[in-house]
Design a protein around this ligand. Sequence first.
Ligand code: PRX
Length: 657
Amino acid sequence: MTPDNIQSLQHEQRLFTPPAAKRAHIPDMATYEEHYRRADQDPEGYWADRAKELLSWSKPWDKVMDCDFNIPKINWFVNGKLNVSYNCLDRHVENGLGDKTAIIWQGEPEEDVRHISYRELLADVVRFANILKKLGVGRGDRVALYMPMVPELAVAMLACTRIGATHSIVFAGFSAASLMNRIQDCEAKVLVTADAVLRAGKKIPLKGNVDDALTDCPTVTSCVVLKRAGIDINMVEGRDLWWHDVVADPNIAPTCPCEPMDSEDLLFILYTSGSTGKPKGVMHTTGGYLTYAAHSTQLVFNLHDDDIHFCTADIGWITGHTYIVYGPLALGVTSVMFEGVPSYPDPSRFWQLVEKFKITSFYTAPTAIRALMRDGSEWTKKNDLSSLRVLGSVGEPINPEAWMWYHENIGKSNLPVVDTWWQTETGGILISALPFATPLKPGSATRPLPGVHARIVDAEGNPTTANEGGHLIIERPWPGMLRGVFGDPERFKQQYFDRFPGKYEAGDGARQDEDGYFWIMGRLDDVINVSGHRLGTAEIESALVSHPAVAEAAVVGMPHEIKGQAIYAYVTLRADADESDELIKALRNHVRKEIGPLASPEVIQFTVGLPKTRSGKIMRRVLRKITSGSTALEDFGDTSTLADPSVIQDLIAGRHN
Ligand code: PRX
């Protein structure tokens, strides 16, 4: 092992056989292996079949792929033509599915529910596409969307795709400055927004941020504003238009042809903030992205025509793009879109929705699972969850205990929990169990999907042996991968392809066990070096979370005279546990017993909250600063993606020196 590698200390051994399913796309491991082999030996044939089975193309491609990671150059379905709006709407209506529900929308207030059929959604999209055209938006132009989780957001996205415009969605929790930077970077022509966001019983103004952002966005000529909350806002004459006014215009044509797009035309830009530097505008294109979205949605959630799929993410993140809108709608299934939060008015909100809409697949994030776990399992027992077939997790490593809690309380010890590893850049899920085929190990994303060549390599790029931690890389192109960083080809190359020439570098640490299962160990930027042993954050945090008093934990390195670095742990307790010195001792012993003395935290600080990004990921970068003694907010770098900046002061106040 080279010293640069990450050492694994985890001993998770539990194994769960997947339940049998009457209709599984991939019913067993032999079928999975067969698909994997086919995609390995004949990638062009495999992906051509998938692209033809899943999508309608107005012109076939000349060549399935033309890619070279050394340049990098990535092209899929070369010269093929298709339209995303046609694939997600028109063709389903043409196939007799017009009355089928495309989107079940649950607003934040319980009584706000809409069942929108494919025909209705198509009509709304056609209308809004014509409005965008009237506002001067054409093929290749960018449209920024800064909206709550309302059906109009999906309408605006699909309207862009219909006319060949590129959307750039900015999560509605971001500040005016973040919105401004993103609009300036992509030079959007139109912005679509709302007066306010409804969240946990409150109205959070949005339009004020827009007004601030647009003070310095000269490319934006119009701003369409949806009235969601009915608060007073400022409308700028000549720039701002109410959504309800523009859609009521009697002169809008009832039809709008679908622009035939090249497979490699830009479909959307989505900004992702790395730990340093300005956010990267990740570019996804038309044919490859949609193929991969439909393919991965179908296989990972085992979706069939009558399924009701609920992904709890916000559409402002890639998870919402792929698994609320594009994947489910391309497949013609029913997708649930939820405006609220898991804990309001009480922690049974998700489960009420499962019962109410007879949801069959449910996809959420470890941060939500841990929060619900902290509130206690009694909240999971009030509703009928018997419609559920598949449970999924995404966004961070899922601690084995959180996986078990999800499996036992929501899955009633019977449903498969698929832990799905992927990134904004990958467009869709790359590593995940297939729910009715893969034997499950809590905390492992298991095996790559067919067509995905994931490997773990050491610092020199050589393959690691079983259980040896290293860098997660993807060796070959897949259709859903990013095509670039908007306006910055050098950054694209340097960020993903320079370190391991000819390979895609994910930036995550991981290991593969003796069965070939992948275990993600955390971001490589977060690795802690204790006495020369490089430890990933995920295993230590999972060991803490496996103690019955702990709901959530985050670990970072702190300077230590002898060890170089020691482990500083921030711990949130479950609702029924109390802080005490005995508990600190017990937690240290617990970690020692679970994974070894090396990982035993030097310091444990109890906290009511952890600094998280607005998508729910723990920001260890901020914790490192707090641990090292910083008190000034300026020291914390870019905190604009922090969900609740007030936790910083609490953490500083509770710091152990
Ligand atoms: O570190 C990995 C973590 O989230 C990163 C990607 O974040 P983002 O681009 O925001 O996309 C999130 C939704 C796909 C990865 O580099 N991550 C995501 N899923 C998992 C995960 N870490 C461990 N296990 C996962 N299932």
